[in-house]
Design a protein around this ligand. Structure first.
Ligand code: NAP
Length: 335
């Protein structure tokens, strides 16, 4: 089969190659083998290739933590049968170990999620990582209240846009920080209440104005770097900031006194750690809720372009462009 492989950690354009690779072995009990159709290129995939992610594979390795595919073989066991996993069934392929950027992959049966036919492949390909993170952070970790203000950085990202739409859906209000002016109208059309430009505005002063001095009880950050200091200064007393990404790659110059006054808190969030603490039934409930919210147009992923194996360099060049306008998908079935 074909697979995208890297032998050394490094810049994706330099180390990723399309290779012939051995087919994965037949699935054992509790596993399924999937013929992959599509997978997104997510920041976590690129960080893994660069050797900068929280958990790294043994090399050589194939990236890819999510995607969509068709079940090709099912290992023995009752769980797969109970959940309707059989050859020919389309599934979201959630793969915590990585390896989805290949024609075939073997994953645990419990993370193959059968998806109703009405959702298009492009949406099923990005069904889990961002939708679950946006939903869990706002509804199950921060418990953002109706009418409450949530301040977020990196609001133009695919995940940031989902948070904006979740705000409209659940009735919380969003103040969105972006790095480019041309995102202001675009995000307001999605339902953003306020959009601020990182380099041009004093964020705490604007948040004070918008919230009439109350400041923001909730905040999300996926950028890191010096801008986070302004986010902390924008928190209300007892306010909580959840950090979940480091798009800038820069550390935060934090004066811990800014947390003491008002007893503000910074917490980390990593979906794969959160998932480990959930039982099977809770995960099935989460898959069900995400399906409804994708269908309702709330947790949809904007897609900029799709590239085949033979266009890997173009896909990597496109994903690293500013203002790329949505997710880049890899088409893995050659059809
Ligand atoms: N902790 C977790 O469990 C978890 C789970 C899922 C995602 N994440 C994180 O969530 C973040 C967003 O993921 P995604 O899939 O939605 O990303 P994405 O849309 O594929 O890409 C990120 C977008 O953010 C913008 N961006 C890049 N660098 C930026 C910077 N320094 N400042 C402001 N904006 C910047 C870029 O948009 P423009 O070029 O259009 O400005 C870029 O297209 C990432 O950091 C990812 O690692 C974390």
């Amino acid at each position: 089969m074909k697979a995208i492989v890297f032998e050394n950690f490094g810049e994706p354009r330099e180390v990723l190659q399309v290779r012939d690779a051995p087919m994965p072995a037949d699935p054992v009990a509790g596993e399924v083998r999937v013929r992959m159709k599509m997978a997104p290129i997510n920041p976590s995939d690129l960080m893994t290739v660069r050797g900068a992610y929280g958990r790294l594979p043994t090399l050589p390795a194939t990236p890819g933590f999510e995607g969509v595919g068709i079940i090709d073989a099912v290992g023995p066991g009752w769980l797969a049968k109970l959940r309707g996993l059989k050859p020919g069934r389309r599934v979201a392929v959630i793969n915590g170990r990585g390896g989805n950027w290949a024609e075939y992959v073997v994953i645990p049966a419990r993370t193959a999620v059968p998806i109703a036919d009405d959702l298009p492949d492009e949406q099923v390909a990005a069904f889990f990582v961002n939708p679950a993170t946006a939903l869990v952070m706002t509804q199950r970790v921060l418990h953002v209240t109706r009418g409450g203000w949530l301040l977020q950085t990196g609001a133009g990202s695919a995940l940031g846009r989902m948070v904006i739409k979740l705000g409209k859906h659940f009735g919380f209000r969003t103040i969105n920080i972006v790095r480019r002016k041309d995102l202001v109208d675009e995000l307001k059309q999605l339902g953003a209440d306020e959009v601020l430009i990182a380099t041009e505005e004093k964020i705490p002063a604007r948040v004070a104005e918008i919230t009439r001095g109350a400041m923001a009880p909730y905040a999300l950050d996926c950028v890191g770097g010096p801008g986070v200091v302004e986010v902390i200064e924008s928190l209300a007393p007892q306010g909580r900031l959840l950090v979940y990404g480091t798009l800038s790659g820069e550390p935060v110059p934090l004066d811990t006194r800014s947390l003491m006054g008002g007893q503000r808190a910074i917490e980390g969030f990593w979906l794969s750690e959160w998932v480990k603490a959930q039982g099977v039934l809770r995960m099935l409930g989460l898959f069900h809720q995400i399906t409804s919210l994708v269908r309702a147009g709330v947790l949809t992923t904007p897609v900029a372009a799709t590239y085949g194996f033979d266009q890997l360099p173009q896909a990597i060049e496109h994903v690293e462009r500013q203002a790329r306008g949505g997710k880049i998908l890899l088409k893995l079935d050659g059809v």
